[in-house]
Design a protein around this ligand. Structure first.
Ligand SMILES: CC(=O)[C@@H](O)[C@H](O)COP(=O)(O)O
Ligand SMILES: NCC(=O)COP(=O)(O)O
Length: 237
């Protein structure tokens, strides 16, 4: 079964736009869970443009599904994760000023760096996933870091899906096959939506979790949050 983890970053974007507490992020997370989401994902960036560090502490108190915290493993991020001890932490090599996540780890060049951080995070009992491009060598490097899972960075798949979905999925299927052979769990995320999700699921055997935010929250503006979450879950069934 592939779990849906709703990334609520963009609900925080809307809340921050007016400086108040509307929409209430904690309530939104509880509603996402009530509507069927099997996880809540947040990505507190250093500039706190959407998810604030305090949000993460507040959410930890109420989230009852899997809490997944994504981010670049800066000292501040690691301190926050150690305070919260989420079910999962996903390490992403984002630059502080990146408009969004735009690459996976170079798991060969940064292997020693990742090894130390992953061992430290696993010692507090959180599952670790690392953001990886669909490149077999990067998957092999990831296996050497001690990570529990990889999260396949699906922006390239999404951007090529409509031109040629067979070509778009090919590197992901190869990377996933290698990951399974190496005993790595497989997550996926970034730019997944109602058009491309089912085909990804059908072609990545053993896909454990997708984290979806931007498109899902955009869809919810027109279709309603409960209906939208149900529609995404149906793509995974
Ligand atoms: C790692 C990943 O793909 C998501 O966290 C994505 O980057 C969402 O971040 P934004 O909501 O800031 O675009
Ligand atoms: N890890 C991907 C994620 O959490 C959400 O990415 P997106 O759906 O907002 O592109």
């Amino acid at each position: 079964m592939t779990k849906l983890s709703v990334n609520i970053n963009k609900i925080a974007t809307l809340r921050n736009a007016r400086g108040g507490n509307r929409p209430n992020l904690v309530q939104s997370a509880l509603d996402c869970e009530r509507f069927g989401s099997q996880g809540i994902t947040v990505h507190p960036r250093p500039d706190e443009r959407h998810i604030r560090y305090q949000d993460v502490l507040d959410l930890k108190k109420v989230v009852t599904t899997e809490f997944n915290i994504e981010g670049n493993p800066t000292p501040e991020f690691l301190e926050l994760v150690k305070k919260v001890v989420p079910e999962q932490v996903t390490l992403v090599p984002d630059a502080p000023d990146a408009i969004t996540s735009n690459a996976g780890w170079d798991t060969l060049r940064h292997q020693d760096f990742l090894k130390k951080i992953i061992a430290d995070l696993k010692s507090i009992g959180t599952r670790v996933s690392i953001f990886v491009d669909p490149v077999v060598e990067m998957v092999e490097g990831a296996a050497e870091t001690g990570t529990d899972r990889i999260e396949l960075y699906t922006e390239a798949y999404a951007s090529h899906y409509h031109q040629n979905r067979d070509q778009a999925i090919a590197p992901y299927a190869q990377a996933a096959e290698r990951a399974v052979a190496l005993g790595l769990g497989i997550n996926a995320g970034h730019d997944l939506d109602l058009d491309n999700l089912k085909y990804l699921k059908q072609n990545i055997p053993g896909l454990l979790e997708v984290s979806i935010g931007h498109a899902l929250i955009c869809d919810a503006l027109y279709l309603g949050l409960e209906n939208t979450i149900q529609l995404y879950l149906r793509q995974l069934s």
